[in-house]
Design a protein around this ligand. Structure first.
Ligand code: FES
Length: 157
């Protein structure tokens, strides 16, 4: 019977929080990916704030860790490198530009499809960043790809 942790496994504290990295390192690089229970997440540092999301896009599993951050209507969004879907860093909402055909001269407006990408709760403690294990009793569209690319999935970049 083996209770030894495998090499590269996430470091879990007694309170369940999982160590992701040093605050300073993530500030410098702007983003890092990490595995929590085999699930790939990405942590961004943007305009003074940290955000953790599933790293595989809810649309078809594109690598959000390789996307650009754009400001849309005052909301910082990650733009998926595969088909340019926009996801808010703060809430994981998918944004789309929609028009109301009933308006006399319809102009596209950014609208939310709701929360599509799972956001992970971050804790900063003593210069280190931790996340909580995901609450899987609530599901999000990105769960499908998080599961699909679990423990691997270095391909499809
Ligand atoms: Fe992200 Fe299609 S996979 S936009």
């Amino acid at each position: 019977d083996s209770h030894s942790s495998s090499r590269g496994a996430a470091e879990m504290r007694p309170d369940g929080l999982i160590f992701i990295g040093k605050e300073e390192d993530i500030k410098k690089s702007g983003r890092i990916t990490a595995k929590i229970n085999g699930r790939e997440i990405v942590v961004f540092y943007h305009e003074g704030k940290f955000h953790a999301l599933d790293s595989r896009c809810y649309h078809e599993g594109g690598p959000l860790c390789r996307g650009e951050i754009e400001d849309i209507n005052g909301q910082a969004c990650i733009v998926c490198p595969w088909h340019k879907f926009k996801i808010t860093l703060e809430t994981g909402e998918g944004l789309y530009e929609g028009i109301n055909p009933l308006e006399p001269s319809p102009t596209p407006q950014w609208q939310s499809k709701g929360v599509k990408q799972r956001i992970h709760k971050l804790t900063i403690d003593n210069g280190s960043i931790y996340v909580c294990p995901p609450d899987l009793s609530v599901s999000f569209d990105s769960d499908y790809f998080a599961e699909k690319y679990k423990n691997g999935g270095e391909l499809a970049m």
